[in-house]
Design a protein around this ligand. Structure first.
Ligand SMILES: [Zn+2]
Length: 444
């Protein structure tokens, strides 16, 4: 049983001195004692925040980082490039890429990731043999690195509203909601373990019809986290209105899908009715500020949603940036740029988005270091060139992933100053170099 002593622990955004944390044999928190002295066997930490959740990731999009910025265009042009990368992957390569990206996440302070996964099948749409090869590859990658994984297995049935999948989308599709559900339940029997759980996702209103969404709503167990991309681009709203006479959020509301188990990803282009419906529902909105800026999506109404009661989480989405602190800062930066006012989200609210709200969105408990929560911790350097002189509770607005020191998942040290503890001194860049080279060569 591991125990930790923190010189300072940010609890609900405020620093508390000399906190001793004891864990149970399952890596969950048994007790949190402020004002305690360290015992002999404790791992002594400096300034600590709760583990941070990346509530929306597509690991393989990392392969596009630094390669698409001369293309110009818009989201849809970028998507063409992304489909080319998807078309180059098989389970062996997916393992290498996901492992490297999860490694970057964990040294950057993400202790949990919701991997929104839709690349299920061979490129002609036929299933892998043995089954679930892609999903097993992603789960193995997470286990290998020690990050907590919620595999958000996504249904992706149509190539746009009322259109069949395009040839380059065939690997995403299961044919029907019933077939997706059968695969999901089969996967659930084989994939879950200590740090790996299975969640569910509907790709978007572009890719799943209302009738299929209703089947998925009824076919997935009640408390399973359910995620969906919503209104990232105006074109999605226009097509949805033309087909169904409702916005995407309106379609979800009509199906009874707006509930606390739902997380809406992006939610950039919302009507006043959409905002009201989301705020009243108890759902989470996962903002992906670095991706939304990179793709020119727009600035979603995060502060307005939060001030009306919606929960806001953060995600790295395309992984062009893997840095929970920069996502927090991006969330507030968008608000400041759009409103002309500072401090729309306080530092404590930003940290709550990255910690408790993200954990809850992924079905991982409260994520705020209460007894029974996972013992997931991140130590931050308060004396770096970026952070020295910062008030501790304002670290979310001065630190970056470069200031992450030790990272603990389930009471186990998994990363230390950029080094992967269980990989004999290797760093994420070593794994990324290997993964990118293997993708360049073709098969793993
Ligand atoms: Zn996404």
């Amino acid at each position: 049983v591991a125990a930790f002593h923190c010189d300072r622990l940010l609890i609900d955004g405020s620093p508390v001195r000399d906190v001793r944390i004891e864990t149970d044999s399952a890596g969950r928190i048994a007790s949190v004692s402020p004002g305690a002295v360290a015992a002999g066997g404790d791992l002594r930490l400096g300034t600590v925040v709760p583990g941070m959740a990346n509530a929306h990731s597509h690991a393989f999009h990392r392969l596009l980082r630094g390669t698409t910025n001369a293309e110009g265009g818009d989201f849809w042009r970028w998507r063409d490039s992304m489909y080319r990368v998807a078309g180059a992957l098989d389970p062996g390569l997916m393992f290498l890429v996901a492992r490297a990206v999860f490694a970057e996440m964990v040294v950057s302070g993400y202790t949990a990731v919701g991997e929104f996964h839709y690349l299920h099948h061979r490129h002609d749409g036929s299933p892998y043999e043995p089954p679930h090869a892609m999903e097993r590859a992603i789960a193995s990658a997470a286990r290998d690195i020690g990050i907590r994984l919620v595999l958000l297995d996504a249904s992706y049935l149509d190539g746009g509203i009322g259109r069949p999948l395009e040839p380059r989308q065939r690997a995403f599709g299961d044919g029907s909601a019933g077939a997706w559900l059968a695969r999901w339940h089969s996967l659930r029997r084989v994939i879950e373990s200590d740090r790996v759980t299975l969640g569910a996702a509907i790709h978007s209103v572009r890719a799943v019809s209302p009738a299929a969404m209703a089947e998925i709503r009824d076919g997935v167990p009640e408390h399973t986290p359910l995620h969906i991309h919503v209104s990232e681009q105006p074109r999605e709203n226009e097509e949805c209105l033309a087909a169904y006479g409702e916005t995407p959020v309106g379609v979800l509301a009509g199906l009874g899908l707006l509930t606390p188990r739902l997380s809406l990803v992006h939610a950039t282009h919302l009507t006043a009715d959409d905002r009201r419906l989301i705020a009243a529902s108890g759902a989470t909105v996962v903002m992906c500020p670095t991706t939304e800026a990179d793709l020119g999506d727009g600035i979603g109404p995060a502060f307005e949603l939060a001030s009306r009661g919606a929960h806001i989480g953060i995600g790295s989405d395309q992984n062009a940036v893997v840095d929970p602190l920069l996502e927090m800062r991006g969330l507030e930066a968008g608000e400041r740029l759009a409103s002309g006012r500072r401090g729309r989200f306080g530092p404590g609210e930003l940290l709550a988005a990255a910690t408790g709200n993200g954990y809850a969105s992924l079905g991982l408990g409260s994520g705020v270091l209460r007894p029974g929560d996972h013992c997931d911790l991140v130590e931050l350097d308060t004396g770096s060139v970026r952070t020295i002189g910062s008030v501790v509770d304002q670290l979310p607005l001065s630190a970056t992933a470069s200031d992450v020191l030790r990272v603990i998942v389930g009471g186990t040290l998994v990363a230390d100053r950029g080094v992967l503890v269980e990989h004999t001194g290797r760093r994420p860049e070593d794994l990324l170099r290997d993964a990118i080279a293997a993708v360049g060569r073709g098969a793993a």
